[in-house]
Design a protein around this ligand. Structure first.
Ligand code: KIV
Ligand code: ZN
Length: 515
């Protein structure tokens, strides 16, 4: 196939590198939802997971591979037979499967981690690519910690894996050490010294430890790379990866400079970002570029004045171009099931009858206490009713007594499996009492690391969106709940965190092996 030299491929690793980071673990159903949305977003390659890492990862990759048709589906594998065979078993059902295999190339990793010589590692890299190639033509290779590797050894490795059949070679800045100019120079060096470089696409995979992941990726692109590895909202190991929305919108907004294009449907960006925060319960900071709550909010009088006169004065891209619409009010008290279904379809959610009934009932309840229902409210309901696995605990009843003369007391019923358990809890305040009741019923006592309350949309009738983070061994788990009553939202969020924790305990015996 002839290469289009102006096209930049977008490789999304939210479900692999992103999912590895604390608080972002997802169950298979949630991964599928996100994969479907990534396909709608138009990403070229979805890295669906690391199949050798756990049974759960393997199953999720397999299901995504079976279902996703338009995007390529990649499975990650270390450069050894067991990993590569397992990755292939997981992705072989895909319309366009890709094996992504990797081994470190820096002397630091070779000496302290792999304890192998350069020659040995080079041999293993080539053998891994050849084995992957025996399964599929679509093989990607990554020399891990490339930016701290000896340049000429890197040249040898890149050219050897291309000879062995790698069609994409990714240059990871694994520890987020590079500075844009330097990263750009490294890519240029490879183009100047790897004889067969035109036989592969060169990719960037930048971590954000110095806050430079997007800048480094763009520097790589300026110097010939044509694939960006990135994640939604920039999630990923430590400080995260290149944020897809930022890299894509930079390429689009500064087309005059780059002269390149991607096949991303940018109007799906905001929805994808929201879906990820709904699933994981972790919001982006308000000033986050492109998808933060303030990204398009102009506060200064001078700016507002300019905008009224002519948008171009202070707006370099429109909110609509990333899928943020001007008017958000969507439904109200009188919206029927059809209107809800129609609107959800417009938002990109196709529900079956049972799911629609659940959502419609929740919308009706909400409309009783809240005049206008926004997209964000619907998404909050969807995340509670639909994007959930089997829950061990369900909130049935909550009554809280509080005030300046009462001892805050919560009486609560929770369904635990088939049984309904009722207990009370006391605390310093109503939230504390609510959480105490939950701990008494569930016989758990995980340290509470974070408790955050946000209003979804404006107004005093807005739903409260609560995020709770609990500590479990060296992990943490996040739960989310939304309700017009903040105490109910808090109870739901705490219970959601416990359900997620149960899921993690039973499904993830995962050993973290890579960054
Ligand atoms: O950061 C890294 O080096 C990785 C590789 C597995 C590509 O995630
Ligand atoms: Zn990485």
């Amino acid at each position: 196939m002839k290469k289009d030299k102006n096209r930049v491929y977008i490789f999304d690793t939210t479900l692999r590198d992103g999912e590895q980071s604390p608080g972002y673990s997802m169950n298979t159903e949630e991964k599928l939802l996100l994969a479907r949305q990534l396909e709608r977003l138009g990403v070229d390659i979805i890295e669906a997971g690391f199949p050798i890492a756990s049974e759960g990862d393997f199953d999720a990759v397999k299901q995504i591979a079976r279902e996703i048709k338009k995007s390529q589906v990649a499975g990650l594998a270390r450069a050894n037979k067991t990993d590569i065979d397992r990755a292939w078993q997981a992705i072989k059902g895909a319309a366009n499967p890709r094996i992504h295999t990797f081994i470190s190339s820096s002397d630091i990793h070779l000496k302290y981690q792999l304890k192998k010589s350069r020659e040995q590692v080079l041999k293993e890299a080539v053998a891994a690519v050849k084995l992957a190639k025996s399964y599929t033509d679509n093989v990607e290779f990554s020399p891990m910690d490339a930016t701290r590797s000896d340049k000429d050894y890197l040249v040898d490795m890149v050219s050897a894996v291309i000879d062995a059949g790698a069609t994409t070679v990714n240059i990871p800045d694994t520890v987020g050490y590079a500075i844009p100019e330097e990263f750009g120079r490294l890519i240029a060096y490879l183009f100047a010294h790897v004889q067969n470089i035109d036989d592969a696409i060169i990719a960037t995979h930048c971590h954000n430890d110095l806050g430079l992941a997007v800048a480094n990726s763009l520097a790589g692109i300026r110097n010939g790379a044509r694939q960006i590895e990135c994640t939604i909202n920039g999630i990923g190991e430590r400080a995260g990866n290149t944020a897809m929305e930022e890299a894509v919108m930079a390429l689009q907004t500064r087309k005059d400079l780059f002269g390149l294009y991607t096949k991303i449907n940018t109007d799906q960006i905001y929805k994808t970002s929201r879906l990820l925060t709904q699933i994981t319960g972790i919001s982006v900071q308000p000033n986050k570029a492109i998808v933060g709550a303030n990204a398009f909010a102009h506060e200064s009088g001078i700016h507002q004045d300019g905008l009224i006169k002519e948008k171009i004065t202070y707006e370099i891209m429109t909110p609509q171009s990333v899928g943020i619409s001007d008017t958000h009010i969507v439904l109200g008290k009188h919206s029927g099931r059809n209107a809800i279904s129609h609107h959800l379809k417009k938002m990109g959610y196709l529900l079956n009858d049972e799911q629609l009934n659940k959502v419609a009932a929740r919308v009706k309840d909400l409309a009783d206490v809240k005049k206008d229902i926004y997209d964000e409210d619907l998404e909050a309901i969807l995340s509670e009713e639909i994007y959930r696995g089997e829950d061990k605990y369900t909130l049935v009843y909550l009554n809280v007594v509080s005030g300046n003369v009462a001892i805050p007391t919560a009486t609560m019923e929770i369904q635990v499996g088939d049984e309904i358990v009722r207990k009370a809890g006391f605390g310093n305040g109503p939230v504390d009492a609510t959480f105490a009741a939950i701990r008494n019923i569930t016989q758990t006592n995980y340290p509470l690391m974070k408790y955050i309350v946000n209003a979804i949309t404006g107004g005093s009738d807005a739903q409260g969106e609560v995020t709770v983070q609990l500590k479990y061994n060296e992990h943490s788990v996040v739960g989310r709940g939304a309700h017009p009553d903040v105490l109910v939202a808090s109870a739901k969020a705490y219970i959601n965190a416990l359900n997620r924790l149960e899921f993690i305990k039973s499904n993830r015996k995962k050993v973290k092996v890579v960054e």
